[in-house]
Structure formats: C-alpha cells, structure tokens
Design a protein around this ligand. Structure first.
Ligand code: FES
Ligand code: FES
Length: 158
C-alpha cells in the first residue's frame, strides 16, 4: 500500500509516495534519490544511515517513512554551502585525513553536526561519545576525532 508523505528535506518541502513498509532510509534514497545517506547494516548497528530529524541524529534504517510527515530532515546533501563548498566538518575530515573509503563519512558528518549544533566546544570524550554509534572500518577513529575538534574550532571562529 502506498501513502503520500509530506516532509521537509534539506529545507525543501517534499511530497513523496512511499510504501507503508519503507524506512526513512528507503524514502530518502529510493523515493527521493538522495543517495548520500548510506545503508550499511540495515538494522541500527553501524550508523552509516545517520540523518538529522528535527535536529536530532537518528538511524534512518530504523525509522519508518510513515513517521516522517511534518518532520524537518537534514541529510548530507543539505550541508554544502554556496557553490558546493564543503561544510567545515567535511573540510576538516579531508584536511585531517579522517576519511578513507568514505562509506561511513556521511553518517559521521551528520552525528558530528548534531553534536556541534548543540555543543560548539566539545571535549574529546564528548566527540567520541557523539560518534560512538558510527562504525568505521578504515581510519581507526583518531583522525575523525581530530577532524571534528578542528571543525569545532573553525565554526567557533566564524
Ligand atoms: Fe542504519 Fe547501519 S544502516 S545503522
Ligand atoms: Fe571507510 Fe570509515 S572511511 S568505513
């Protein structure tokens, strides 16, 4: 059965026909075509599908599309600045070598954004806690933590 879902995605109001069994991840990737959000485990363990819903980080694979009506959803595609300029978190991940294969990166960026929106001066422990649900098989996490700390400094400076 199909249902018409109305929600805001990256600042734009969307009306999307979704299957009642669709997750929010299906809605974003398959119905809207925003494939920046990745599907890893599909069951809430890896964090690659992290998006912000009304400002809070959620695993999009665990949320039903039917829960999305009226929500304000932010995905990795919504972070780019003018002319596609990288968000400071993305730029810091590049500068600090905090990304390798990149599969986990969109989820890490969104978890970091939720943290820095709430706490612009996080401690290392707070950064590690914020991305604890985001698994990375490549980087060993040190560079990711360094990058989020550097991004926080950049954001504070502006
Ligand atoms: Fe959602 Fe792994 S794909 S947590
Ligand atoms: Fe490859 Fe994190 S950079 S999984």
């Amino acid at each position: 059965m199909k249902t018409l879902i109305t929600c805001t995605v990256n600042g734009e109001e969307r009306e999307v026909l979704a299957d009642t069994r669709d997750t929010l991840l299906d809605l974003l990737r398959d119905r809207i075509g925003l494939t920046g959000t990745k599907e890893g485990c599909g069951n809430g363990n890896c964090g690659t599908c992290t998006v912000l819903v009304d400002g809070a980080p959620v695993n999009a694979c665990l949320v039903l599309a039917l829960e999305a009506p009226g929500c304000d959803i932010l995905t990795i595609e919504g972070l780019a600045g003018e002319g596609g300029r990288l968000h400071p978190i993305q730029q810091a991940l590049v500068d600090c070598n905090g990304t390798q294969c990149g599969f986990c990166t969109p989820g890490i960026v969104m978890s970091a954004k939720a943290l820095l929106d709430e706490n612009p001066s996080p401690s290392e422990a707070e950064i590690r806690h914020a991305v604890a649900g985001n698994l990375c098989r490549c980087t060993g996490y040190g560079k990711i933590v360094e990058a989020i700390s550097a991004a926080a400094a950049t954001i504070r400076a502006h």
